[in-house]
Design a protein around this ligand. Structure first.
Ligand SMILES: Cc1cc2nc3c(=O)[nH]c(=O)nc-3n(C[C@H](O)[C@H](O)[C@H](O)COP(=O)(O)OP(=O)(O)OC[C@H]3O[C@@H](n4cnc5c(N)ncnc54)[C@H](O)[C@@H]3O)c2cc1C
Length: 499
């Protein structure tokens, strides 16, 4: 064994949005990590254009929400329109704050978002970034993984060692190939032309809605991106060739019903094949995959990157618990269990949306929209719970995201409780606690909060419970109805230490 290797607690492969988000989370948890990307510098072409309220809450936890606000526009809903202009489905996405206390839809230019994430992880001296470094081999033993990579600046092969490797290396993931899982294929694979336009005369727009043109001849999507940019995504027909269709002489005639070259300049046009897949295994020992490496979804709901950032949030605190607090690495078994069904719900609905847009299957977005008897269906925001993983007890609330109300102090809940575990109680539950309960909570270093703010109190009332134990990623780990249930709830910490 080469004992002079650089050694890290975690190696992240890939500094796309998911790897960069994970680097922020690990940095915040004081984990010594290295992140390698095969590109010489970050110059990702914009793919993702929207994220949701939960992701803004994750950015908030990284201390980056204010910066993100500066580069985003709040997006409106989406309409699915047929060739005659009738609305088939309306997805309203209200312009009010959600229970996460952020808006349900933000639009952005991906390079701006990635810049903020990179500036974010550079705040942490224990995060090392290595660009122009393509990972070529992963070899694990009982204690660590040796990461071999090709460094383009020196044209040489190098190695480093890490306790865990997280492959955030995208759809063609090398890390995934080391795990070598079966790939579950949900059957949606389509080439689409993605066109980004820069407006010559940026102006405030009347509507912030996006439109899906459900037309069998050529289905398409218009995405509101703010004043400066507009995006169209158009499905390729069997006789189109990707090289040809990306040329301006083909693009402008396709867009002429909406916009002309007098109004906008072509910033970029490229063909992406949208996929719908999930790897059946996300971890082999110390090698784990996240983001597009683990799952891919067509972009109609704007959820691929969001799902990857949720993976990072799920993994980050578990790695911290293992590396800093001695939790057993069986904790990682919950990662795929929890994330799989969550991401699958988004993929399933996105595929239905794809069929709707292409008019290739049922005209009903089943289970997620109201009956269309007298007009358009109305689509609801999807809010899945985590799959069965960590939890204390059997409440239906376990694995759901706890809201983030504003407290009496004017602070948001997460600002008050920080980034660790938290016990939140109703005022009456708090009043019932005896001294020994308080001592237990204090000993565990779990943030403890009750607040008379109406929103919080009415949440406890509506669920008829007195307390919730939150994980660092703000999902509910367990509940207590009365103070006599508290010992059982806090026993979670004992079992994680012992297992
Ligand atoms: C047209 C389009 C629109 C989309 N719109 C949205 C949207 O609005 N909202 C949304 O949430 N999602 C959207 N998505 C999906 C989103 O873009 C992806 O889910 C997201 O970019 C995945 O991020 P990632 O970090 O997992 O992977 P990537 O962004 O692919 O990053 C992977 C990184 O790994 C590096 N890498 C790869 N192999 C190696 C190696 N061997 N060694 C070192 N480095 C390596 C690469 O250089 C790259 O930097 C869209 C996708 C498309 C195609």
């Amino acid at each position: 064994m080469n004992d002079h290797l650089e050694t890290y607690e975690v190696a992240i492969i890939g500094l796309g949005p998911v790897g960069s988000a994970l680097a922020n989370i690990l940095g915040q948890f004081d984990i010594k990590a290295v992140a390698l990307d095969r590109e010489k510098s970050a110059c990702h072409l914009p793919r993702a254009v929207m994220f949701d309220d939960e992701i803004m809450r994750v950015f908030q936890s990284m201390g980056l929400a204010e910066k993100m606000k500066g580069i985003t526009e709040v997006g409106g809903g989406a309409r699915f329109i047929d060739a005659d202009g009738n609305t088939l489905v309306h997805w309203p996405r209200l312009q009010v704050r959600s229970p996460n206390n952020w808006y349900v839809n933000y639009r952005f230019h991906q390079p701006d978002l990635e810049n903020i994430l990179r500036e974010g992880f550079r705040r942490y001296p224990k995060i090392t970034e290595k660009w122009g470094c393509s990972v070529t081999n992963l070899q694990q033993n009982a204690d660590s993984v040796t990461v071999r990579y090709r460094e383009s600046s020196t044209n040489s092969n190098k190695s480093l060692r890490a306790a865990y490797v997280i492959g955030c290396d995208g759809a063609r993931s090398f890390a995934r190939s080391c795990i070598n899982p079966q790939i579950e294929d949900f059957g949606f694979h389509e080439p689409w032309l993605v066109i980004d336009l820069l407006m010559k005369n940026p102006q405030e727009v009347e509507s912030r809605e996006s439109f899906h043109f459900c037309e069998p001849e050529r289905s398409g999507t218009f995405v509101f991106l703010g004043k400066k940019r507009k995006r169209w995504e158009l499905r390729l027909n069997p006789d189109d060739t990707p090289e040809e269709i990306c040329q301006p002489k083909f693009i402008w005639p396709l867009l002429e019903r909406w916009i002309s070259p007098a109004e906008a300049e072509l910033e970029r046009a490229t063909v992406y094949t949208f996929h719908s897949t999930i790897a059946e295994q996300w971890r082999d020992g110390r090698i784990i995959i996240a983001g597009d490496a683990a799952h891919q979804t067509p972009p109609f709901m704007g959820q691929g990157m969001c799902a990857g950032i949720r993976d990072a949030a799920n993994l980050g605190w578990k790695l911290q618990a293992m590396l800093k607090q001695g939790a057993p690495d069986t904790l990682l078994e919950s990662y795929q269990l929890e994330r799989y069904s969550h991401v699958k719900e988004y993929i399933d609905l996105t595929i239905q949306m794809g069929h709707m847009i292409n008019r290739t299957a049922s005209a009903i977005i089943a289970g997620n929209a109201t009956d269309p008897a007298d007009g358009p269906q109305t689509m609801k925001q999807l809010m899945p719970s985590l799959g069965p993983g960590l939890g204390v007890g059997s409440s239906q609330l376990i694995g759901s995201l706890f809201p983030q109300p504003k407290l009496q102090s004017g602070k948001l809940l997460d600002e008050e409780i920080g980034n660790g575990f938290a016990l939140i109680t109703s005022m009456s539950f708090q009043a019932e606690l005896i001294e020994s309960d308080r001592e237990k909570i204090e000993k565990l270093k779990v943030a403890f909060l009750s607040d008379a703010m109406v929103e919080l109190e009415s949440w406890f009332k509506s669920h008829d419970i007195g307390a919730v134990l939150l994980r660092p990623d703000r999902y509910i780990l367990g509940i207590a109805e009365t103070s006599s249930d508290l010992t059982g709830l806090l026993a979670f910490f004992k079992t994680t230490e012992e297992t």
